[in-house]
Design a protein around this ligand. Sequence first.
Ligand code: ZN
Length: 162
Amino acid sequence: MSELSELYQQVILDHNKKPRNYRKLEDATQHAEGFNPLCGDQLMVYLRVEDGVVADVGFEGSGCAISKAASSMMTQAVKGKTKDEAERLFEEFHRMVTGELDEEQTPNGLGRLKIFAGVREFPARVKCASLPWHTLHAALAGEVSTSTENLGPDIDADRVSA
Ligand code: ZN
């Protein structure tokens, strides 16, 4: 576990220093804004969808290290994927960070995103990690904004009291 958390910290630091796809897409076909009032994370996700494929993706915003790294890695993960594949990643990521899947059940398709599995131990951070994915989901659905406030009890993952 300590090896994993070391990797986790390295990856978070790396993506904070050099966030991938950190730019506004001028030719975006859809975009959405996401807000996590619990932490103050705010971001905009831009997508250029062509023939059902996420041809390009970018993000802008401000937030904590986890939300920024999660955004950066989300853009890497969904670029070139079909909308359905991107939605599936969203669902798997969400189930992983909320603790619905334990480590053995976590699909290998998540690849490096699996380092975020550790946030399930920190309920306040679950929303930071999942915000970019909820924002992606909103953008894919053609919604313009989403807030973790409106996401219902599943994402609250109130494991402190559990
Ligand atoms: Zn945050």
